[in-house]
Design a protein around this ligand. Sequence first.
Ligand code: C2E
Ligand code: CA
Ligand code: CA
Ligand code: CA
Length: 287
Amino acid sequence: AKSAGGNRFELADPEADARTITRHGLTTALPTALDRGEFFIEYQPLVHLGDGSVRGAEALVRWLHPQHGVLGPDRFIPLAEHTGLIVPLGRWVLEQSVRQAREWREICGADRGSAPLRINVNLSPCQLTDPGLVRDTVDILERAGVEPDALCLEVTESALIGADDDLLKPLRRLADMGVDIALDDFGTGYSNLANLRRLPVSILKLDRSFTRGMQQFPADPVDLKIVEGIVSLAHSLDLAVTVEGVETGAQAEQLKVLGCDTAQGWYYARPGPPERLHELTLVDATG
Ligand code: C2E
Ligand code: CA
Ligand code: CA
Ligand code: CA
């Protein structure tokens, strides 16, 4: 009912009409999809640029829709946010991922010493206003027997732009407990760089748009300068830099030279099932 006004305009355009119908089909199936067990999670490794070892993974949710097949999060996360399902869905993703992290550490992480495997989970801005966020997160970690510092919550830069203290409070509490907070899609939100200091973040995740200019060698010199500037700013604020969308060896090499800490992308691995992640981690540990 909320989007009735928008739909009225879209009816003039047959393509938009088709999109509206699809969206409507998804809207009716979405609320029950969680109960029906139709969501699953893929994991994409996070690689230390210095030595190429797997240090963590990002959890990325998918929906196995009975009619449409596997749908990526861009197809249903906005809907889930609109309908409020994102809160239970986000909690489910967190719980599954933390349990998976426990298992992954048992299989691969026994003698990793100072570099324990870490799990990154995306947090929707809607979850920030959920009063149960901190308590649920603590419960999930405790029940799985996973320490808070094995968890990183990714929040987009745009969600935190102009955030007031009430919105930041739960993140600050989680950060105080040892949970890392990453600023996702960094560089796309036009945030005031000085603002970074007041956010409880410890990691910047540089958006893919910055690494795109480095697919070729030599890289776009302006992109290089920008990334170099962001990295030096981040490091001067004690923030680690993760880069996403690394698709080629040339990009990986440039980003390493520029001082980025961690990388993620198809060059290393596509998102995949947990077993694949275990394999990649074990291969890497044995050289
Ligand atoms: P994101 O957090 O920026 O995640 C990175 C996206 O880039 C993922 O898309 C990943 O599959 C894709 N990617 C990784 N490496 C490469 C590469 O080398 N090249 C290219 N072209 N793409 C790469 P995906 O899985 O479709 O997820 C899209 C977005 O959906 C995510 O963007 C994130 O914002 C959101 N999302 C995913 N899972 C969750 C979740 O559990 N909760 C919430 N709230 N959002 C989620
Ligand atoms: Ca992310
Ligand atoms: Ca991102
Ligand atoms: Ca992104």
